[in-house]
Design a protein around this ligand. Structure first.
Ligand code: ATP
Ligand code: MG
Ligand code: MG
Ligand code: MG
Length: 481
């Protein structure tokens, strides 16, 4: 069986043999881009080439890109651990043409790599092509369909809608049709039962998109009209963990050697057997997913904090701690130990983890211990709130706010726990309570000139419950540098 390290290496070597320069992943954390906190696709770091702001140094490149999809346009957080193929942090393998090759080579090489190099069974692959959109004056991507026909029976080339198969950078700018490759992992019996049905985009968890080939063909002008780009580009992205699943013949990303070392470690330490109980399985999957996001964020310089990107990381961490506490019985810090496993796993490709291992562990452990201090009480309080609101099945805004303010429960964690119990949360009320608290704090500390000063609200960050002891509930702000 091909292991994950070999799968990644094989991808890069394959595209190198096709004249691509192998480039490093951009950092997971994006600095200086007001529109993006974290890298969420391989193409992010090449945006300026597509926009024509810069000229690419090499016309063909390939890489594996660390991605995080927990905010903004791509937010997969709610899926993670519930399904078996969406992660917070994942690697996106990609190859690019900057005004060089176009649809034919992209399609031929994708097919060659998957079926001849990785030896995926051809009769389990499906592809989608853009079906066109009359309203937008766009024709079906017949070109792509014709290139696919050389390789695949026509009944497995599936026309698909603009939603999934037409990519646009924004309201204006480069755009074009995509062609996705999906793999059908169902058993032969299952497949026989539904034969004849279109098998892609049907929400069957065992028919999974693995690779997206984007053909940047047009430029959308300010008036909405399209013109053909003078230089056309290819942008592809393939989920590395999904690819490993397909190649290793598994039905879940978590059954591959990307995740198994962590899963087995968590199972052993918690005394649970993975694969026997849905609730503990989800918890194990969530934790082994989340620790990757946390580890890579810290390795790339984003520490957990109460502000912006740092708060996203803190939320993910607290979410994982609580899954461990509630479903696996971890009452002490445990996640930091998983960093060792990640460090071994990524030593060749992402040395930033190996090099900073001890630091990452220290940060994670501290974060865990901080949250564990208030977690148990917070969970009791949320139980009480649910009991109090049994009639409405909705936790009140002020209650959710007090959970975050006093016990460090991020709103989405309160929502998650509420949802597990069939409850909702009054978000509007929460926002209102937070606003009131801010105003009170501002009034109270207006003349405070100590370490913690209140300045213009836009320039401050909430550092709240971090330094909290039970009798000192003071909201604190500090200047953002
Ligand atoms: P999906 O429809 O499964 O959510 P997507 O269409 O949003 O995927 P793309 O933006 O096309 O994904 O990204 C390219 C590839 O990255 C996908 O084909 C998939 O293999 C992989 N991928 C996307 N999101 C995730 C994720 N959250 N976790 C793991 N792999 C992912
Ligand atoms: Mg998606
Ligand atoms: Mg998709
Ligand atoms: Mg896609």
């Amino acid at each position: 069986m091909m292991d994950a390290k070999t799968i990644r290496k094989t991808f890069l070597e394959f595209f190198k043999s096709k004249g691509h320069e192998i480039v490093p992943s951009a950092p997971l954390v994006v600095k200086n881009d007001p529109t993006l906190m974290f890298t969420n696709a391989g193409m992010n770091q090449f945006k300026d080439y597509f926009l024509g702001n810069k000229t690419a140094e090499a016309p063909r490149v390939a890489d594996t890109q660390k991605c995080l999809r927990v905010s903004g346009k791509h937010n997969d957080l709610e899926e993670v651990g519930i399904d078996t193929y969406h992660h917070t942090m994942f690697e996106m393998l990609g190859n690019w043409s900057f005004g060089d090759y176009f649809k034919k080579d992209a399609i031929d090489w994708a097919w060659e790599l998957l079926t001849e190099v990785y030896k995926l069974p051809k009769d389990r692959l499906y592809v989608t092509v853009f079906e066109g959109d009359a309203g937008d004056g766009l024709e079906m991507d017949q070109e792509a369909a014709d290139f696919w026909k050389v390789h695949i029976d026509e009944d497995r080339i599936i026309p698909a809608s603009k939603k999934d198969n037409f990519w646009e950078m924004g309201d204006q700018g480069p755009c074009g049709p995509c062609s996705e490759i999906h793999i059908d992992l169902r058993s032969d019996e299952e497949r026989a039962k539904v034969s004849g049905k279109s098998l892609v985009n049907e929400d069957d968890p065992l028919v999974v998109e693995i690779w997206n080939l984007v053909f940047m063909q047009f430029n959308r002008k300010a008036d909405g009209s399209l013109e053909t780009l003078p230089a056309q580009h290819v942008d592809t992205g393939m989920g590395f963990e999904r690819l490993a699943m397909a190649i290793q013949g598994k039905e879940s990303n978590y059954d591959t050697d990307v995740f198994q070392p962590m899963i087995q470690d968590l199972a052993k330490k918690s005394g649970k057997t993975y694969g026997t109980d849905e609730k503990t399985d989800i918890a194990i999957r969530v934790i082994s997913d989340h620790i990757r996001a946390i580890t890579f964020a810290i390795a790339d310089g984003q520490l957990p904090s109460n502000n912006k990107a740092g708060y996203v990381i803190r939320r993910i961490l607290r979410r994982a701690v609580r899954y461990g506490y509630t479903f696996l019985g971890f009452e002490k810090a445990f996640m930091y130990e998983l960093v060792d496993i990640l460090s071994d796993q990524f030593d060749e490709i992402f040395p930033e983890v190996v090099n900073q291992k001890e630091f990452i562990k220290k940060v994670v452990r501290q974060e865990e211990e901080n949250f564990l201090r208030t977690l148990d009480n917070g969970l009791k309080i949320i139980e009480k709130f649910m009991a109090d609101n049994a009639a409405t099945k909705e936790i009140k805004g002020a209650e959710a706010f007090s959970l975050s303010d006093t016990y460090g429960f991020p709103l989405d964690l309160t929502e998650l726990i509420a949802r597990e119990n069939g409850y909702g949360v009054d978000i509007e009320g929460y926002n209102k309570a937070m606003q009131e608290q801010k105003e009170r704090a501002r009034a109270a500390s207006a003349s405070d000139k100590g370490d913690w000063i209140t300045v213009n609200e836009d320039d401050v960050q909430f550092i709240g419950y971090d330094n909290l002891t039970s009798d000192a509930k003071i909201l604190r702000y500090r200047e953002v540098s």
